[in-house]
Every structure is written in C-alpha cells, then in structure tokens.
Design a protein around this ligand. Structure first.
Ligand code: PGA
Length: 254
C-alpha cells in the first residue's frame, strides 16, 4: 500500500502575510493526517513562512521553480542551494505555465532537475498534453516530455523524482478535471515508461482542476499516487477537505 502524496502549488498567489494566515487555518487539521504525505509550494517570498509554520510537522514545503546553476550572476533568480537551505523538500519544474510564459524547454528542465537532485531535494516534474484528444496522442506527447526531462537520469535519480500528470486543457479557471478513464490510462502509460527504466516506485500525481468533489474518485484510480492541487487549495478549508479524503484499501499498484 503506497502512501498517497497530496500537495499544492499556490502559483503567484498569497503574500507572506496571507500565507501565515493560511497556515494558521490549515495546519492543525493537516498535521493530524498521518497516513498520507502532504506538501505546500508557496511563492519564493513565503517559503520562510512555510518553514516556520511546518518545521515541527511532517508536512513538507518547497518551491515552484529554480535556476539550474548553484550561484552566480543571474539577477532575480534563486538557486537550489538557497532552497535547500530553507528546508525545501520538493521543487516543481516543467509546469505548463512556465513552458508557456518563459518558453522553458526540455534542456532547461533537465538542467533544473539535475540541480535539485544535487542539493538532495525531490524534483516534481509536470507533464501533460496541450489539447484534449485520444490517449495514444497524449501519451506520445507526455512520453516525449519525460524523455526530454528525464532521459539522462539513472534509476536511482528517477526514484527521487515525482511526476505530476497535468493535462494543460484541464488546468485553471473555466477548466474541468480530465475524465477518470483518461486519467487512469495516462497514469498507466507513465508508469509503464518509468517501470521500463527500473523506476516503478516513482509516484505519479494527477493535477488539473482537482477539487473537494473529484479528489476522492481520482485518487481511488489505479496508478494515481496522489494529487497536485492549484486554485482550490488557496482556500485552506477546501485544501483540508481535499487532503482529508477517505482512502480506500487496495491502492497497491504493482
Ligand atoms: P488548478 O491548477 O488546480 O488550478 O487547475 C493545477 C495546476 O496547474 O497544477
């Protein structure tokens, strides 16, 4: 039985003062959930707030981006060493909004993953097709993204990665989560890709319009190892409801 991994990226939301209020509202309920792993990825400016609120709990915190170099003349950027020093356990890479807004491609994403691993944190790699369509075409796209970001990683490194399957068309205001059969087929395909590289224990999360209603059915699917939540988690009460979903037995994958 795998422990589900449920987390949120706040994207560019919540000031550090608002973050403090979010943690004050959420942590008492979240820290009681000891049969699952939880994480929060605030903006850079609130990571220290997350550390102060979470350091005496089992809830992890992390960042939404990183520069591939360890230090140097890169104005405005933040290195993996800086994030590790703040106690970050997860660092997100490859989100579709960064691919879109900053034209991030495979080589840069792979270099960021290497930096995260060098500093003993876990890369959370987002992959997903851009438009709704057949599973075969979507898997082709996602497999190309996996190869581009992780093709040079060995099994040991792959074992430290978390993959988030996030169909781009299911993300954000106005979108709906992907249908359950699509999610299950995509997760099976991603797990096959990982298993072929001796990384069958790498968790694959689902992200894209997760809310308190669909979280249970999605996390109950074979091959879904957890959830990655965006806008629904900005309300601490809603994130508590999502993180608290009842888990069925028999979530074993292999
Ligand atoms: P959403 O974002 O839950 O607001 O759709 C998900 C994501 O981008 O990870």
């Amino acid at each position: 039985m795998t422990r589900p991994l449920i987390g949120t990226s706040w994207k560019m939301n919540l000031t550090s003062s608002e973050a403090a209020a979010w943690f004050a509202a959420a942590v008492p309920a979240l820290e009681r959930l000891d049969d699952r792993d939880l994480f929060v990825l605030p903006p850079f400016t609130a990571i220290h707030v997350a550390r102060d609120a979470l350091c005496r709990t089992a809830i992890a915190w992390g960042a939404q981006d990183v520069h591939p170099d360890d230090a140097g003349a890169h104005t405005g950027d933040v290195s993996a060493a800086m994030l590790a020093d703040l106690g970050c356990r997860y660092v997100e890479v490859g989100h579709s909004e960064r691919r879109r807004d900053h034209r991030e491609g495979d080589a840069l994403i792979a270099a960021k993953i290497a930096a995260i691993l060098r500093h003993d944190m876990r890369p959370l790699l987002c992959v997903g097709e851009r438009t709704p369509g057949r599973v075969a075409a979507a898997l082709d796209h996602v497999t190309r993204q996996l190869r581009g970001a992780l093709g040079a990683s060995d099994a040991g490194e792959l074992g430290r990665v978390v993959v988030a399957y996030e169909p781009v068309w299911a993300i954000g205001v106005g979108a709906m989560a992907a249908p359950l059969d699509h999610i299950q087929a995509m997760h099976a395909g991603i797990h096959r890709w990982l298993a072929a590289r001796d990384a069958s224990s790498t968790p694959v999360l689902y992200g894209g319009s997760v809310d308190a209603t669909n979280a249970g059915p999605i996390v109950g699917l074979d091959g879904v190892d957890g959830l990655f939540v965006g806008r629904a988690a900005l309300d601490p009460e809603t994130f508590i409801r999502i993180a608290s979903i009842e888990l069925e037995g028999g979530r074993e994958r292999d």
